[in-house]
Ligand binder design. Structure first.
Ligand SMILES: Cc1ncc(COP(=O)(O)O)c(C=O)c1O
Length: 394
């Protein structure tokens, strides 16, 4: 049962979105001839469109791109030029974003468990907004300096998300009062509250449920004199893989409605940390069939990218990627096994999951929605294989 809900859902969640490549097969052939495969192609137009879609749907929300999804320079460059912000979690990400032109006042640091080096390098560079979710993390920062704008990360249920990001981090609401009081006693300044509904969330009411609880806690903090000024709704915005999902605009507009509904009267600054929602749609993988074999009546295709590369998201994120062949719409389709290029037997990308035409060695396949947690989470050089090549087109 929801409380305090004046906002009427927009009923636009029926607007569905499916996975689409950022290039045609014709263009993929040209690019593969020029650069070779496997190749990830980023579209700068798509990056701008995604950013603007989110911004239009959530006008008062500052979008801090979660760089962990991937710090491809073309992506950072476009977001920087759009006036975006970044969510970093290490000094490696600090350096990548500084290089892309983000100043430290456009960054928040969201790692709830930081090394001393991570804290000092980022703080010295000028980053001031940092997340914490427990007393020991608070001590690490406050023993180093009192000059932090602290954001308390709260645990969310993660009920309708593919990846539960509260399984590892986030202070339980039942312990949050104690923690905020401890922070104040230690001379810390808690200025924000954050949560993360989980990655690839498919039901925006998870934000609503969480915002109701966070608002109660916000009011408590204000009562005890805690100078809150920021509410951070984290990431979670979904991307289309094999399942159609609510369109980015409809999903974000719904979330924004909940945010305005529960926090509109607080004057709080709104922040979101979209990773997948901003990055995934912008990239398409071009992969080539290297081998074909029929084993025990099953057709196997071996392709030049696998679980140790861009398909790592299948392992870590349980993502089911769309795989497209130019004849997918016209030829008879059959089940098959698609395996990656390494000698590892577990390097299988699809086991009877995809219906594909009869294919030949040398054919190209397109895999859309390859821009988040793909090449960034792979294990480059396993079996001596180089990482995927990455290019950006307009
Ligand atoms: C703190 C934090 N913020 C944002 C994100 C980005 O989440 P998503 O890619 O679901 O938008 C993550 C993902 O791990 C995260 O840990």
């Amino acid at each position: 049962m929801k409380e305090n809900t004046q906002f009427e859902p927009l009923a636009v969640l029926t607007e569905k979105e499916i996975a689409r490549p950022v290039i045609s097969f014709e263009r993929a052939n040209e690019l593969a001839n020029t650069y070779g495969t496997p190749l990830v192609v980023y579209s700068r137009t798509s990056i701008r469109e995604n950013y603007r879609t989110l911004k239009t749907a959530m006008p008062k929300v500052d979008l801090y791109y979660a760089v962990k999804a991937n710090y491809e320079p073309s992506l950072l460059d476009e977001l920087q030029k759009e006036g975006g912000f970044v969510d970093i979690c290490s000094h490696g990400e600090l350096h990548a974003t500084l290089k892309a032109g983000f100043s430290t006042d456009r960054m928040i640091h969201t790692h709830p468990c930081k090394t001393a080096e991570n804290i000092s390098i980022c703080h010295e560079a000028g980053v001031r907004w940092f997340t914490f979710d427990c007393e020991s993390e608070l001590d690490k920062m406050l023993n180093y300096s009192k000059d932090f704008n602290l954001i308390l990360r709260l645990k969310a249920s993660g009920e309708h998300s593919l990846i539960n990001l509260s399984a590892k981090f986030g202070c339980e609401l039942s312990k949050a009062r104690e923690l905020v009081n401890a922070a104040m006693q230690k001379g810390g300044t808690v200025k924000g509250l954050a949560f993360h509904v989980g990655s690839q969330c498919i039901d925006p009411t998870d934000y609503d449920d969480m915002l109701i609880e966070v608002r109660k806690f916000w009011d408590y903090c204000v009562e005890i004199g805690c100078p809150l000024e920021l509410i951070d709704i984290g990431g979670g915005f979904p991307a289309p893989y094999r399942e159609a999902i609510p369109s980015l605009h409809s999903f974000a507009a719904e979330v924004y409605g909940y945010l305005e509904n529960h926090f509109g009267d607080t004057g709080a600054r709104y922040v979101a940390e979209p990773g997948r929602g901003l990055a995934a749609r912008n990239a398409t993988l071009i992969t080539k069939i290297l081998g074909k074999n029929v084993r025990s009546g099953e057709t196997w295709y071996f392709i030049d990218e696998g679980l140790y590369g861009c398909f790592s998201g299948k392992v870590f994120d349980h993502v089911d990627y769309e795989i497209m062949h130019p004849k997918s719409r016209t030829a008879a389709l059959e089940t098959c096994i698609i395996a990656g290029p390494t000698c590892d037997s577990s390097d299988v990308v699809s086991r009877h999951d995809h219906l594909l035409p009869d294919m030949e060695i040398g054919d190209l396949l397109l895999v859309p929605t390859m821009g988040a947690y793909t090449h960034s989470t792979g294990a480059a050089f396993f079996n001596g294989l180089p990482p995927v090549k990455i290019i950006a087109i307009d």
